[in-house]
Design a protein around this ligand. Structure first.
Ligand code: HEC
Length: 95
């Protein structure tokens, strides 16, 4: 009786821990991709300038996608998402 209660509980907690780890992994992967590919035309200053263009999370994704297309990196959607998450966690902090 006891074990049948504990096992589902661990599964739920485990899934939460896993998804937190996945988030952190995604951000560090995004940073690696960004630092390798995205510093050619602009430095990180562009994300911090007073008149920066990105004001929403959706538009951040669009900007990353646009610059990525110009660059022709051949990133997968997950890569674009990882870089978007990294830029948001580090600079934009949009909800
Ligand atoms: C071919 C040159 C070029 C490359 C390479 C490039 N960008 Fe850009 N990026 C630009 C230009 C130019 C702007 C400014 C556009 C403007 O001011 O309207 C910009 C703006 C941005 C912005 C919006 C900044 C703001 O105002 O808030 C983001 C985000 C961004 N780039 C992300 C990236 C990412 C991620 C990569 C790597 C995939 C990348 N860029 C690579 C040219 C480039």
């Amino acid at each position: 009786m006891k074990t049948s209660f504990i096992i589902p509980l661990c599964t739920v907690i485990g899934a939460t821990c896993l998804s937190l780890t996945a988030q952190a992994d995604m951000i560090s992967e995004g940073k690696a991709l960004h630092d390798k590919n995205c510093m050619g035309c602009h430095q990180a200053e562009i994300y911090k300038r007073d008149n920066r263009k990105v004001k929403t999370l959706a538009y951040l994704g669009t900007s990353v996608e646009n610059c990525n297309t110009q660059l022709g990196t051949g990133w997968f959607p997950e890569d674009v998402q990882a870089v978007t998450k990294y830029l948001n966690a580090t600079y934009y902090k949009l909800k």
